[in-house]
Design a protein around this ligand. Structure first.
Ligand code: AMP
Ligand code: MG
Length: 404
């Protein structure tokens, strides 16, 4: 049986990046950049004022103070968007808006609050240094500087930079398509009432939500009973996506047909079973370019396996350089007594207080536990055969995007 690290390595060796394509700006959010973006020009574009005030020659106002204001002649006003066509001489100033171009001859801006204005005369009550309140051309970004790298997810700040630098289209990785199939003859729809032995199923919706949060397209989300023909039918559709997540039926039960049916359909099994808890019976395979995960039906198992294995795989397929969220170190608030001979992922509550993270495992750690899923905002990673770990120990913890 593979260790966590071995399984992850095999997954990352198998799940290669998708092809790339040109993408229009309006479709970029959540895409992954596939090219290097260099600044076509410097920023700011031109010398401009960082405040609302008066553009001056600093030398004119070196003596200015509240007691001895310096009087300057006001030539006019440069609002934002104006070309700023003035030329300042000694004893003159121009009123200027934040972001408006600095006029010729000016080398500083006095804040409006430090001046008193009458018709055409301005009284400056505070001295300014040369360059004060001025943002200079190219000081923030120089032409040719690298701004974005391949593998970066395009979110708010990346879109801002692409827009202001004038990139109406860029090359990105293709959006990943993923399918979700829950298998199990006991599974009902949300609006059905469970009879004996039946349950309303949850995995389909949990996995779909996780995929959507990772910016995947999810054209197929469905369920099928544990019957060969039904499974074949729906698996065939699922395998037309880049990534297929099949939930349930990957263990050793009589009716656990997922693995066998997938393999009969030409899915090459790369591994089955990993030394982790929860989630030992994880099936991983591929057919052509399609990557397939067979996840155990227990909700906590599927969730943990998604976090540990599916997320890095799909991010790598999407071309991302960041394959997982960072882990943090947190201080255990209770003794950990759940030793196992496999690596464990304990659902837990994490909080930040007195300058550090504190973590407390939740009571129900069974792979079927819904309570620990919904009440947990972190996974504590426990190495195999750790024995009892006393409160106060620092533990590696993965923070989850889950409000509790
Ligand atoms: P399996 O992996 O098919 O052996 O299922 C393991 C356990 O998870 C059983 O108790 C199932 O009833 C339950 N289960 C399977 N699929 C789902 C699902 N989609 N949603 C919730 N529970 C499930
Ligand atoms: Mg089952």
């Amino acid at each position: 049986m593979l260790t966590h690290a071995e399984a992850k390595q095999q997954i990352l060796e198998t799940a290669g990046p998708l092809s790339t394509e040109e993408c229009a700006f309006s479709e970029l959010r959540g895409r992954v950049l596939a090219e290097t973006i260099q600044a076509p020009h410097g920023m700011p574009l031109f010398d401009n004022s960082s405040v609302d005030g008066y553009a001056v020659r600093a030398a004119d106002v070196v003596e200015a103070s509240p007691e001895h204001p310096v009087s300057l002649k006001r030539l006019g006003y440069i609002p934002a968007g104006d070309s700023g066509d003035f030329e300042l001489r000694q004893g003159e100033c121009v009123q200027i808006a934040t972001g408006a171009p600095l006029p010729q001859g000016a080398d500083a801006v006095v804040m409006k609050e430090d001046c008193a204005a009458s018709e055409a005369q301005i009284e400056v009550r505070l001295a300014v240094r040369v360059a004060e309140n001025v943002r200079f051309q190219g000081e923030d970004i120089q032409a040719g500087e690298e701004l974005l790298a391949p593998g970066q997810l395009l979110g708010a700040s990346q879109l801002a930079v692409l827009a202001t630098m004038g990139f109406p289209r860029v090359t990105t990785f293709r959006r990943l398509t993923a399918s979700v199939v829950s298998t199990g003859s006991e599974l009902l729809e949300i609006d059905q009432t469970p009879g004996p032995g039946q349950i309303r199923e949850s995995n389909r919706f949990m996995l779909e939500a996780l995929l959507l949060e990772e910016h995947c397209q999810v054209p197929l989300v469905t369920k099928a009973p544990d019957e060969e023909t039904a499974l074949r039918d729906v698996f065939e559709q699922a395998l037309s996506c880049d990534l297929a997540l099949i939930s349930g039926g990957v263990s050793v039960g009589e009716k656990d047909l997922t693995k066998r049916v997938l393999e009969e359909m030409g899915v090459e099994g790369i591994f089955w079973k990993v030394r982790v808890k929860p989630g030992k019976p994880l099936f991983f395979g591929r057919r052509g370019e399609t990557i397939v995960f067979g996840l155990p039906g227990n909700p906590a198992s599927s969730f943990v396996l998604f976090e540990e294995f599916v997320r890095p795989a799909l991010r790598q397929m999407q071309g991302r350089s960041v394959l997982e969220e960072p882990m943090v170190s947190a201080t255990l608030e209770d003794d950990l007594r759940e030793s196992a001979n496999r690596m464990q992922f304990l659902r837990a509550q994490v909080r930040f207080a007195q300058g550090r993270y504190w973590v407390r495992p939740l009571p129900m750690q069974g792979s079927h536990s819904i309570s620990s899923l919904v009440r947990g905002n972190a996974l504590i990673r426990v190495e195999p055969d750790s024995g009892i770990i006393p409160a106060g120990t620092s533990m590696p913890v993965r923070l989850l995007q889950n409000e509790i």
